[in-house]
Design a protein around this ligand. Sequence first.
Ligand code: FAD
Length: 442
Amino acid sequence: MGKRIIVAGAGHGGIAVAALLAKEGFDVTVYERGSEGTLGYDWTDIFAPNALGIAGMDMPAEDKYCFKENMTFYSTDMKTALRQDVKPEELEIKMERKDIYAHFIEHATACGAKFVYDCNIEAPILFGNRVVGIKTSKGDFYGDLIIDAAGIDSPLRTKLPSMCAIEKNVGDFGQFYVYRAFYNKGCEDEVKDKYKVCLLPQGKLGVAWVAAEEEYTDLLIGRFEPIDEKEAMESAEFLRSENPVLGTEVKRGGQFVKIPVRQPLSIMVCDGYAAIGDSAFMTVPIIGSGIANSLKAAKALAETVIEDKNGAYSADTLWQYQVRYYRRLGAGLAVLACVKLLLTELKPEELDFIFANGILTAQDMTIGANSVSLSSMMGGASPAELIAKAQAVVKDPVLLKKIINTGIRIGKVAAATAVMPKTWNRNQVLRWAKQYKICFQI
Ligand SMILES: Cc1cc2nc3c(=O)[nH]c(=O)nc-3n(C[C@H](O)[C@H](O)[C@H](O)COP(=O)(O)OP(=O)(O)OC[C@H]3O[C@@H](n4cnc5c(N)ncnc54)[C@H](O)[C@@H]3O)c2cc1C
């Protein structure tokens, strides 16, 4: 029998790594608090399909997905439209979240992973400083490695001893509080911007989208501060006045949830433990997409576990997972976290100025399925275009200062990720993590 791996929570990355390891002969069990066949929210998700192949999964059946519409971005005054133009080969796919789960779980089960449902995980079990198991509503379970895929508020990550030096909380501006619902269609008129995203809507710190689908209109309101029912309904009413396609009757969803929108965890591993997905804050900081990143992380984690022939799964060996993740994705995501912090500092009129004066262009907002770096986000602007952008910013010295400070922050973050220790040395890693975290202080 292979080494025993526990996956805590049936997060997307957790299921994917469970499949990869079970296929290699590991004894893998996923413990999930939800009931069989009920996982996921009642809405659709968008993700890069090539991530499935990276995690060793097939494409879903063709009738289970469609390609995503280009998004049109607006700033607070809703005057300047920046319409994406994603290349066909870079398009993401849209699927019902329940179908995504069904596809992932079917694959993992076929690979030999086991699932235990209706099992609430309460805390990690430690032996000294090593995580050796999980305390659950169904009893204690022990494993050689515990993979934490239990989401943003994971009961494992948040209860690890400080000796592990893993961040427990997301920190300031580290998460979106989201209301999402599918409404009936308010009118059947042809809509110009089918997928409309507004940054700092009504001058509030956050984003909102109104997407006109065939049978319903998808509404998302995301804020950096907690949002209650009253506030969500007021925002919906405002967006309805601008977008008559948004009806008044909730057809599906209607939940309040959280999405991490920050740099990945500074330390993702300790002895016997590795975090993946939202538990390790792996989403794209500005837009909150995390499924494809979790799948790619699953590949990096599986490679690392398989490589550890002695089955130590100590911080020492698991560190290579973090090195791989940052090299492939995390360093680019950390830079985007700086851009997100800029968004939190901008006044609505400054964002309007940025949109109106071509400082951000439609090309900049064309984030393709595989683009996580700032250079791809900046649309590969030519030097002449960059000079034109700079000339526009110079007209507003306060804004210029904010943009220069963001540039400095980006430089520091890029330098920090470049010097992340390549091998585990506890003192060096702790020193590095401290410096890395300082880069994001506000
Ligand atoms: C409104 C919304 C829209 C989103 N849209 C997109 C999108 O379009 N595209 C995209 O790529 N990403 C999207 N995301 C983000 C995406 O959902 C996550 O980044 C991705 O699912 C990875 O998160 P996860 O699977 O690690 O965590 P989660 O999805 O939070 O999964 C964690 C799992 O652990 C289980 N769990 C938690 N606590 C316990 C416990 N105590 N005991 C047992 N089990 C537990 C949960 O039940 C859950 O099954 C969206 C998120 C939200 C909230």
